[in-house]
Design a protein around this ligand. Structure first.
Ligand code: AFP
Length: 283
């Protein structure tokens, strides 16, 4: 898989350059979830598609910005599912954004995710890679290359609380649970970009990120293949947990369509245990 990780490093530089120099307007098209595509979303998608076209181990690509599966080679082993520029609507206010990659072997479902990676484009460019075998590894661009910084390990309990979705549409037990965390002393951290928000919680030791089922979005907003499942591997390998609203591990999700979404909760052990109690889930 090293060829895939090296390609991610290469596209990170190209996308970072596009963020800094390109037109921030809308394109004429919508993505498969019916959202207007920014020119930058389309450009980032093209950068990734071109770079992976010549990577021998990649069989197919699935992009958040495209409808179906793009077959690349019959001899490749892995399918790379990616969100080229998550949180792109935050670029115009100069907040951090990211790219997310899930590397699957076999059918596109949680148990077949073999590795994941994400890039954060912020004041610095950082890359985190997780495999089933080890804790997530943090790399940072220093000079003109990615340098290994450290492994990421979360504490048993954190201090940060990031809860997405329109609050008006939260159910009562979710409202009560989130409020109880604040009463316990948790501090609000939510930028609206899942990559920097989840990155912050992992690097600051722990806490909770949630995107619940809401009355307007009963299946949540975040996509299983490109967002939810790749970050689930990160959190589990860092010593935390990642579950849905029914208590199922997100790494056990089986999407029936590439663009399926799921309610999702990522956190350290303490907060996920508290969530299970508040939601009446079985342990
Ligand atoms: P955009 O890509 O449209 O900016 O959406 C970002 C995102 O998918 C994810 O990065 C955030 O966690 C989530 O949406 C925020 O959604 P809410 O504004 O509904 O909380």
């Amino acid at each position: 898989m090293n060829d895939i990780f090296e390609t991610i490093k290469q596209v990170a530089f190209e996308i970072d350059n596009a963020i800094k120099t390109s037109d921030l307007g809308y394109s004429d098209s919508e993505n498969s979830s019916g959202e207007d595509q920014l020119k930058l979303d389309v450009q980032s998608d093209i950068i990734i598609e071109k770079a992976f076209a010549s990577v021998a181990s990649v069989k197919a690509l699935v992009s958040e910005e495209k409808e179906g599966v793009l077959e690349l080679s019959q001899t490749g082993k892995y399918t790379v599912c990616y969100d080229p520029l998550d949180g792109s609507s935050l670029v115009d206010v100069n907040l951090s954004v990211g790219s997310i990659f899930g590397i699957y072997e076999g059918e596109l479902e949680g148990k077949n995710l073999v590795a994941s990676a994400y890039v954060v484009y912020g004041p610095r460019i950082e890359l985190v890679i997780a495999t089933r075998e080890s804790a997530p590894k943090l790399y940072r661009v220093i000079g003109s290359e990615f340098r290994y910084i450290s492994e990421i390990k979360m504490n048993e309990k954190g201090k940060l609380n990031a809860s997405g979705g329109t609050q008006q549409n939260w159910c009562d037990y979710h409202k009560i649970f989130i409020d109880d965390l604040f009463q316990e002393g948790y501090r609000l951290r939510y930028s609206g970009g899942m990559v920097p928000d989840l990155h912050q919680i992992m690097l600051k030791g722990g806490g909770l990120f949630s995107y619940p089922a809401t009355s307007d979005k009963p299946n949540g907003k975040l996509r299983q293949l490109f967002e939810v499942i790749p970050f689930a591997l990160m959190y589990e390998q860092a010593g935390g947990q990642a579950i849905n609203h029914k208590g199922l591990r997100l790494l056990e999700l089986v999407p029936s369509h590439p663009h399926d979404t799921s309610p999702c909760f990522f956190g350290s052990n303490y907060e996920i245990t508290a969530l299970r109690e508040a939601y009446g889930m079985k342990a």
